[in-house]
Design a protein around this ligand. Structure first.
Ligand code: ATP
Ligand code: TZP
Ligand code: MG
Ligand code: MG
Length: 291
């Protein structure tokens, strides 16, 4: 968030701007450096390739300076974190923060264990994040809620109504001077001044592993090419991702979460190709409201 007050992002603005941002990403092929968990490495790399960014999965903090110099973005995902991984994350964050490269934090399982609660605190004290994204339990934990009991990496049943989710996300974004995204069947995203709800997506996203993590890769990839308005970049990534999931979820060849995954990668690729060829009609499926 900046001190000058910003124009709301209306659905019409998004319809006008998002497909060309996706086309720009496909032509620039920005580097997306993923320091992510052991579960989603391959899936996240394939999502990046499908949307038109260039993934590197590297958990070695010592090479982050060289990677940060290439002008891309960084995803820090705590999914399978250890003390050693945390120190690599902090080295990489220092390198990206030094050059102003976009960085996204996914505090996976933040509310599940003491190690993770401490891990989040150490990362937030040591670095600036352009975006913090997580499910409800994770974002509540990062925002400082006491007694959040996450059962592993999943959020579980929602404890908050939409109004409370909006208040929490907006307050946290204003406090951290960044963008906060709380995912769920309706996502809430804010830069502290502008807050949106997005209700695209498909229920199969909740039934595969890595849908939260690869959304992070998608958002970070778009942020590498849309530097001016970071909220617009993040929302563009969410819409591409969730509209692709909707299209995949209703395909005849998709019969459950297993067949959904390859269809979803194909639909991400298809949306990117449509955007490149100047056909931006896919964005008309956007279900976005100003909160
Ligand atoms: P969890 O582990 O609690 O599932 P997560 O980190 O996987 O959390 P999600 O909250 O599942 O993250 O969000 C990942 C993506 O899936 C987001 O784009 C979100 O909008 C979408 N999504 C999740 N559940 C649904 C649903 N029931 N309907 C539509 N989209 C969904
Ligand atoms: N365990 C550690 S990280 C991870 C699991 C299952 C993946 C979590 O992925 P997501 O995107 O939060 O569902
Ligand atoms: Mg999920
Ligand atoms: Mg997650």
């Amino acid at each position: 968030a900046s001190s000058a007050s910003k124009q709301q992002l209306s659905r019409d603005d998004l319809i006008a701007k998002v497909p060309s941002i996706i086309a720009r990403m496909a032509s620039k092929k920005p580097l997306c450096h993923n320091m992510t968990n052991l579960v989603v490495q391959n899936f996240a790399a394939n999502v990046a390739l499908a949307i038109g960014s260039s993934p590197i999965m590297s958990n070695n903090g010592l090479e982050a300076g060289d990677l940060a110099a290439l002008g891309g973005s960084l995803v820090v995902n705590m999914g399978t974190t250890t003390p050693e991984i945390r120190s690599n994350h902090l080295k990489a964050l220092e390198a990206y923060n030094a050059v102003g490269g976009p960085v996204l934090l996914d505090p996976v399982g933040a509310g599940a264990t003491q190690q993770r609660r401490e891990g989040v605190k150490a990362l937030m004290a040591g670095a600036y994040f352009d975006v913090i994204k997580g499910n409800e339990g994770e974002i509540r934990t990062v925002a400082g809620a006491q007694g959040v009991k996450q059962h592993g990496v999943d959020s579980g049943a929602s404890q908050l109504n939409l109004e409370d989710r909006i208040r929490l996300v907006k307050g946290m974004a204003a406090r951290e001077w960044n963008i906060v995204l709380m995912t769920g069947s309706t996502d809430v995203i804010s830069d502290g001044e502008r807050t949106l709800n997005i209700s695209n997506g498909h229920k199969y996203l909740g039934e595969i592993t890595g849908s939260g993590c690869t959304l992070g890769t998608t958002i970070a990839s778009v942020m590498a090419v849309e530097r001016e308005d970071k909220l617009l970049a993040a929302v563009a990534g969410i819409l591409m991702y969730e509209i692709a999931a909707e299209r995949a979820g209703v395909r005849e060849d998709v019969r459950g979460p297993g067949t959904f995954v390859p269809a979803f990668i194909d639909e991400l690729y298809q949306i990117r190709q449509e955007s490149v060829s100047g056909d931006g009609k896919w964005i008309e499926a956007a279900k976005v409201e100003i909160a």
